[in-house]
Design a protein around this ligand. Structure first.
Ligand SMILES: [Zn+2]
Length: 482
């Protein structure tokens, strides 16, 4: 049975509560084997708060809660917004755990309670350190797809909810404060979380849930925390319920962490993990090449509404050629803002949000060596055989040609391959011992007068003659690429 909640107090508050519905298994003592299903929760948002339910929750309860939803922005990647900073750029967040015993006011109508986060981590994971490691693991799943960073700091035990985190400041607690308390006992509400804002990001978990279930490396706990912080980043729920999105109202445990739609939402707010890299000076370095090679990166994105440009750089040890391909990624699926029954949505093609455009720049970062804008949205763009005339740093940019969608991010991958011209000095290292010396001279003299594709034909004119001898003597004693 679900415990009825004081839904009426929720309006105007600013958190998201998560309810577990399979009450029979979430009493804190149930073996892990059933958690694949038992760990699902359904969440409903209220202004700045979300509540989460498990499958099987009485529909009347869900309807009552759903009816209380108000003033939720139709664009589900928006809530009250993101953390302070420019749209599409990352934020460095801190988090902290107040001492046990701190009074935790009512967030979703559960009443005031006493913080027990440290005791809860000890009882569920064996130690506070082990529990903190699981929180860190959950945060790292968002960090892996955004440029956001998460750093634990100490907590000064200032009054909860009334002492906002010190974003970009230096006072005594994290931007995100994490507490545990008795909310409604095992099952029912699992946790609630505030959207970014005046009490931004704070999280309260129910001390009585079965967080110690180790199934799939504590996935029930981790997916709950990762989902909750999704709200703490500014993400709303997404419907319909298909068990393929972390931010669905029913939290699924058949996958681990953020999925495609969740990543799109996170990158819409904070950009990909290399942001900000909007110009040559802040380009993402993809590699130093002193021989032929390649590089690639995935889970990148261009934000559709902010004129986002991504710059990448490579360092060449000598002249050579470059080939680059950028490939949009995505699929057609149904999604939309949360409704009471969460069975609606519209078809979205995340592959065709924008038409990607690719440009290669010379070492000054501005002279265009090549560009590609030949295909429509949804298809890759490529350049190949681009001549890089000398050693130095070259740049590649990716941006939007035309905006088709809005309020979203176009995910893409980039791959490049490089050929590097061999330096003359090393061409003359005929025996490959790393130095041009008398041994190499001896090889060339032995070939002298020979015709054809001989290694000693250093200038490639199909004859070994005085010209080749001059090249070798000109680089005598050197071989610079080794
Ligand atoms: Zn939720």
């Amino acid at each position: 049975m679900q415990r009825p909640l004081a839904y009426t107090v929720l309006a105007g508050t600013a958190a998201i509560a998560c309810f577990a519905a399979v009450a029979t298994t979430h009493n804190g003592a149930t073996p892990a084997a059933t958690d694949e299903h038992a760990g699902q929760v359904m969440c409903v948002e209220f202004d700045n708060v979300a509540a989460c339910f498990a499958p099987g929750t009485d529909p009347m309860i869900i309807k009552m809660v759903s009816d209380a939803i108000q003033s939720v922005d139709n664009s589900r990647y928006q809530t009250t917004g993101r953390w302070p900073g420019s749209a599409g750029t990352p934020v460095n967040l801190t988090y902290s755990f107040p001492a046990d015993g701190l009074s935790i006011p009512s967030g979703v109508g559960e009443g005031t309670g006493s913080n027990s986060i440290n005791a809860t981590m000890t009882s569920r994971f064996g130690s506070v350190a082990a529990g903190k490691a699981k929180f860190a693991q959950a945060f790292s799943q968002w960090a892996a797809h955004t440029g956001n960073t998460y750093t634990e700091v100490s907590d000064d035990n200032a009054p909860f909810f009334n002492s906002p985190g010190p974003l970009h400041g230096g006072s005594g607690r994290g931007d995100i404060r994490i507490a545990a308390k008795f909310i409604d006992g095992g099952s029912g509400i699992l946790a609630y979380n505030f959207f970014p804002g005046s009490t931004g990001g704070d999280m309260v978990i129910d001390q009585n849930e079965n967080w110690g279930s180790s199934f799939n490396d504590f996935r029930f706990f981790r997916n709950t925390i990762t989902h909750e912080h999704g709200h703490g980043m500014g993400l709303l729920h997404v419907c319909p319920i298909q068990n393929n999105k972390l931010m669905e109202p029913f939290l699924a445990t058949n996958f681990d962490g953020p999925q495609h739609d969740d990543i799109r939402g996170a990158q819409f707010h904070y950009g990909d993990r290399f942001e900000p890299n909007n110009n040559a000076g802040s380009a993402t370095f993809l590699g130093f090449f002193d021989m032929d090679g390649s590089a690639s990166e995935t889970s990148l994105s261009i934000r559709t509404t902010s004129g986002d440009t991504d710059f990448f750089s490579i360092d060449m040890d000598n002249s050579g050629t470059l080939g680059v391909t950028v490939t949009p990624t995505g699929l057609t699926y149904t999604q939309g803002p949360q409704t009471g029954s969460c069975n609606t949505g519209s078809s979205t093609n995340s592959l065709t949000q924008i038409d990607l455009e690719l440009t290669v720049f010379d070492t000054n970062g501005t002279t265009v060596l090549a560009s590609a804008n030949n295909t429509n949205a949804g298809s890759s763009e490529s350049v190949s055989g681009v001549v890089l005339p000398a050693a130095g740093t070259y740049y590649v940019s990716v941006k939007s040609d035309t905006t088709i969608g809005s309020g979203a991010a176009q995910l893409y991958n980039i791959s490049l391959s490089v050929t590097v011209d061999e330096l003359v000095a090393c061409i003359a290292d005929l025996n490959g011992d790393g130095i041009v010396d008398t041994a190499d001279l001896g090889i060339l003299l032995n070939d002298f007068g020979g015709h054809g594709a001989l290694a000693s034909d250093l200038n490639g004119d199909m004859v070994v003659d005085t010209a080749d001898l001059g090249i070798l003597l000109g680089v005598f004693g050197t071989c610079t690429t080794m």
